[in-house]
Design a protein around this ligand. Sequence first.
Ligand code: DQA
Length: 154
Amino acid sequence: MLNSTLQPLSILALHGPNLNLLGQREPGIYGALTLAEINRLLEEEGFKIQAKVFSVQSNHEGILVDTIHAALGQHHGILINAGAYTHTSVALRDAIAAVNLPTVEVHLSNIYRREDFRHHSYIAPVAIGQISGFGEQSYLLGLQALVNHLRVRS
Ligand code: DQA
């Protein structure tokens, strides 16, 4: 396990399927920012709170699982927007449980105000908590909550 008393913390920001299309993808739901812009905001927020944020996006479930496995010993915690895999993927849920790294789940949209199939998250039971519905602020709030959790715990 990495020592989370050391500065800065290392955080993996993991983005799931279709989030590479942010900016052009249903902007009325997901906002106008691109993923690169969100990653930039995360880096800037991380700089303020002494956390280095490493961002990875994939449309492939197995790559997301591999990336979670590879986080062990490399990162102190995981910030994840699993996109549609939130609602379908036992494999992602099991990967997070397996590495046992503190994980915060985020969503741009409020998944509970949307279609019924978005109301269930396989990630939520293995996450510290979930932030949903605040657009790009969900990511920043999630990063703050994760870093605060890591610092308080250590
Ligand atoms: C999402 C919500 C999911 O239901 C959807 O499949 C996404 C994005 C969000 O950030 O609001 O791809 O995770």
